[in-house]
Design a protein around this ligand. Structure first.
Ligand code: ATP
Ligand code: MG
Length: 434
């Protein structure tokens, strides 16, 4: 069956065309009835019928229309319309389709199973699919092997407070927060590997950039140094954004994304050290909230939160790597620089214009004693990680990798305020239906 965009071409004018779809908009006049029909990829075309010949229709009824294609500049979305000769009703929708033009964000989320039919959600879904396509294409062309690590796991990666517990037969298990430890196990026999899996974090604070379930793209490679890891990250992201801009410029423009400035992004991305970031924030008298909710100037040892990330990138033109974090504010697996005690060999990547962290990567610690010590500090039971420590016992090599949040990338690229809109069925602390 044809879609609206295939039908709307000059060579079809004057010919009989047929389309199946849903009644997207309906306008009844005395003489004529105008139906905007939406196909199964969100394309729309206007169909016109004489009002006295048409059966009663409702919004979202599924129909099949046959008629002659005509050019009419008044017709929306391209100036073509179908002068209908036959209309078959497949299903008449109930009259009270709940999604209209002005609805609260909460209602749109309550009805997400129907909101996915709106133009905005359709365009977002297309951009998302294109991002995933080019991510995969990048790794294939760059000779990385795709792997599928487990989702049900026994150990935390990113700290116990955001773990989702589940009953696994007769024992306790968790939903994976990150595939990293498993990717680390695979580099010894498969070389550079990557995966795209859902990661789960029981994020208890409501923010516009945290989901309880997100699409996590992770990569890990043996025999690399930090600069090589960062170079893969920037080449990957650059490849994805430029190809997505090329293929989805209509969708991006519809969402009011800043396409021209994204088009100008090139590698290498910018870099600053953590200390430089703190100096910059202090020089602007940037304040953070302490544990008791009191404002104080940011200081060395504080992690960068969304507000500090926004301050650092508000006028940035390209993504910014923050390097050289103090090791104590990074997870147990981050490698300490042997030449600079206390400095972690890792980097977070911040998107421009305050969109915040989109990726995080670095070298992995290979000293077993140090890993065990830091696991204890983080409250993790080293017994659950014996298998991971084996990776350091048997032929360990310097290695590193990174994790990229697909929704964070999409949020920045498509200029989406709330990360909940980057997924079709968002999972947050207050939402698991639909
Ligand atoms: P943040 O400080 O923003 O919470 P994080 O340090 O917890 O991020 P990592 O553990 O380094 O993030 O995870 C790697 C990437 O996964 C992040 O850079 C981000 O893109 C993405 N990510 C992490 N947590 C979430 C979440 N709750 N929702 C969506 N994406 C996330
Ligand atoms: Mg986090």
């Amino acid at each position: 069956m044809n879609r609206a965009n295939d039908i709307k071409t000059p060579i079809n004018v004057g010919k009989e065309v047929k389309i199946r779809g849903w009644v997207h908009r309906l306008r009844k006049q005395k003489e004529k009835t105008f139906i905007l029909i939406r196909d199964d990829r969100g394309g729309v075309i206007q169909c016109v019928f004489p009002t006295q010949k048409i059966v009663p229709l409702t919004i979202e009824s599924s129909i099949e229309v046959t008629g002659m294609l005509a050019k009419d500049d008044r017709a929306p979305e391209g100036g073509y319309e179908i002068r209908g000769s036959s209309l078959i009703v497949i299903n008449i929708a109930d009259v009270d389709f709940p999604i209209g033009e002005y609805q609260s964000a909460e209602l749109l989320l309550d009805y997400r199973h129907l909101t996915v039919r709106t133009r905005r959600m359709i365009e977002i879904a297309k951009i998302r699919a294109t991002i995933l396509k080019f991510a995969r294409e990048f790794f294939i062309e760059d000779d990385w092997m795709e792997v599928t690590p487990p989702i049900i796991v026994k150990g935390a990666v990113e700290g116990g407070s955001t773990l989702f517990k589940l009953r696994y037969f007769d024992e306790e298990a968790f939903l994976s927060q990150s595939a990293q430890l498993y990717l680390e196990a695979l580099i010894f026999s498969l070389g550079p590997v990557w995966s795209l899996t859902p990661s789960f974090r029981a994020e208890k604070s409501r923010t516009v950039r945290h989901l309880a379930e997100f699409s996590h793209l992770e990569a890990e490679a043996p025999g690399v140094c930090l600069n090589e890891i960062l170079s893969v990250e920037e080449r990957l992201i650059s490849y994805i954004i430029h190809n997505t801009v090329r293929e989805r410029s209509d969708s991006l423009n519809f969402l009011k994304s800043d396409v021209p400035s994204i088009t100008h992004i090139n590698v290498p991305f910018d870099r600053i050290t953590y200390h430089h970031a703190i100096d910059t924030l202090q020089s602007r008298d940037f304040k953070i909230l302490d544990a008791r909710g009191k404002k104080r100037t940011i200081d060395v040892g504080d992690d960068l939160n969304i507000d500090s990330e926004r301050e650092l990138t508000k006028s940035a033109r390209k993504p910014l790597f923050v390097t050289d974090y103090p090791i104590q504010i990074k997870p147990f697996y981050v490698k300490e620089d042997v030449h600079r005690k206390g400095v972690g060999l890792s980097a977070d990547l911040l998107a421009p214009k305050g969109f915040g962290e989109i990726a995080s990567g670095g070298m992995r610690e290979d000293d077993i004693l140090s890993i065990k010590k830091r696991m204890k500090i983080e409250g993790l039971d080293p017994l659950h990680y014996e298998w991971y420590l084996d990776l350091r016992r048997f032929g360990s090599v310097p290695h590193g990798g990174f994790g990229l949040g697909i929704e964070r990338l999409l949020r920045w690229l498509a200029n989406i305020e709330d990360i909940k809109d980057t997924v079709l069925f968002p999972r947050t602390m207050s939402r698991i239906i639909p």
